[in-house]
Design a protein around this ligand. Structure first.
Ligand code: ASP
Ligand code: MG
Length: 409
């Protein structure tokens, strides 16, 4: 078998852990498998490199940032190769460029354009374990690039696709993907399998097991992968295209995103072009908007409405400033901004074929005395914005009702 194994930053955080990784690789190698190992930078290293650069200036040149950040993974590949040598195994480390990973030239968030894994194949055929630096590539002109934070996942998935690997394993410090964050919900269970779309929804909802872009890539190229722990031999969670029987389970997971904030414009004139003006300005300021809710006109007199939306907490002040700047032009009543909100979501492909899911969610929240602030839905997700203080209590109750012991399907 040809196996791609990716080891995340926490699994290579020190030399003992790197030796632990080498021991696992050696076990597979002893079974006669061909192994390509993709590693991240040691935990905290990338953050620290960014910090160093910012100590010098707030907005460092992006080409130089790539030059800097690529060193994080380069450290880990060499230490991993040395650890395999110490076990008597032939191993060769490769930078992204040496592995044949070609990207576009958008520094710090480059996209992979193609992979020519000729060198990897040659080294594998000579009996080597091949260790590839995650998160980095090279433009055709030879410039070093990086793939955006968490980009080692993408390297692994893309290599698995290019090498037509039999198996792609993503090693991390948790046992897999859970029905909810086990630190918040003691009854959370590890999932045996999850569809790409469910995984994407959960990832974007704050269950950050993997970089979203890499899951999208896996979906596009049909790369089946397993998320599992590097610290034990428990089977992890298989991520794959949804199958018919996955729909039997209505709710796959519950998540709580505490990282959002809400802005409400009160008494906005209800006429064409207002929403366009507001969200153009927000977009121009590079602020990501998640939920948007607008009511129909209310009151007598000139038609007016309330307009609410959510943004990342970190962007709240910026969003407020942008909206303030529109006050003259749009003449709304007032702005209400708060970051005391949480977004609770239930996700599952089974929602496509089951009815009453939203109703049941709202009933549970009512029973808990939790007020719903905003609601949004997609084919496989229902999200509600609620008071942050009630978030964890609500999440536990919702998890228990949909996924707890004895929950009805
Ligand atoms: N070292 C990079 C980061 O911290 C890439 C990765 O870990 O996947 O974002
Ligand atoms: Mg990572």
């Amino acid at each position: 078998m040809l196996i791609v194994q990716k080891y995340g930053g926490t699994t290579v955080a020190n030399t003992d852990l790197i030796k632990n990784v080498a021991a696992r690789v050696a076990k597979y190698h002893a079974q006669g498998d061909q192994i390509v190992v993709v590693v991240s930078a040691m935990s905290g290293v990338t953050d620290n490199l960014i910090k160093l650069a910012k100590e010098i200036m707030p907005l460092p040149n992006e080409r130089e940032m790539d030059m800097l950040l690529a060193t994080g993974e380069q450290t880990t590949i060499a230490l991993s190769a040395i650890s395999l040598h110490a076990l008597g195994l032939p191993a060769v480390s490769l930078t992204g460029a040496q592995a044949g990973i070609v990207t576009d030239g958008v520094h710090t968030k480059a996209k992979i354009q193609n992979i020519t894994p000729k060198r990897i194949h040659e080294l594998l055929n000579e009996g080597n374990v091949v260790i590839v630096a995650g998160f980095q590539g090279q433009t055709i002109e030879g410039q070093v690039t990086t793939l955006g934070r968490g980009g080692s996942d993408l390297t692994a998935i893309a290599l698995a696709a290019a090498l037509k690997a039999d198996l792609c394993q993503i090693y991390t410090d948790v046992d897999g993907v859970y029905t909810a964050d086990p630190r918040l919900v003691p009854g959370a269970k590890k999932l045996e399998e999850i569809s790409y779309d469910e995984m994407l929804e959960l990832a974007s909802l704050g269950a950050k097991v993997m970089q979203s872009r890499s899951v999208e890539f896996a979906k596009k190229f049909g790369v089946v992968f397993e998320v599992r722990s590097s610290l034990n031999d428990n089977p992890g969670t298989i991520v794959k295209e949804e199958t018919k029987n996955m729909e039997d389970i209505v709710v796959r997971g519950v998540s709580l995103d505490k990282n959002q904030a809400k802005v409400t414009l009160v008494d906005v004139p209800d006429k064409p072009g207002v929403a366009a003006r507001v969200f153009k300005a927000i977009g121009d300021a590079n602020i990501n908007v998640d939920m948007i809710v607008q009511n129909i006109s209310h009151g007598s007199g000139k038609p007016a409405t309330d307009l609410s939306f959510t943004v990342d907490k970190a962007d709240l002040l910026k969003a407020q400033k942008v909206i303030d700047g529109l006050k003259k032009e749009i003449s709304f009543g007032q702005i209400i901004a708060t970051d005391n909100i949480g977004k609770l979501s239930i996700v599952g492909v089974g929602m496509k074929s089951h009815t009453g899911v939203a109703g049941k969610l709202f009933e549970i929240l009512a029973r808990e005395g939790v007020n719903i602030d905003m609601i949004s839905t997609s084919e496989i997700k229902v999200s509600v914005v609620l008071d942050l203080a009630k978030g964890e209590q609500a999440m536990k109750a919702v998890h228990e009702a949909f996924l707890g012991f004895g929950a009805m399907e």
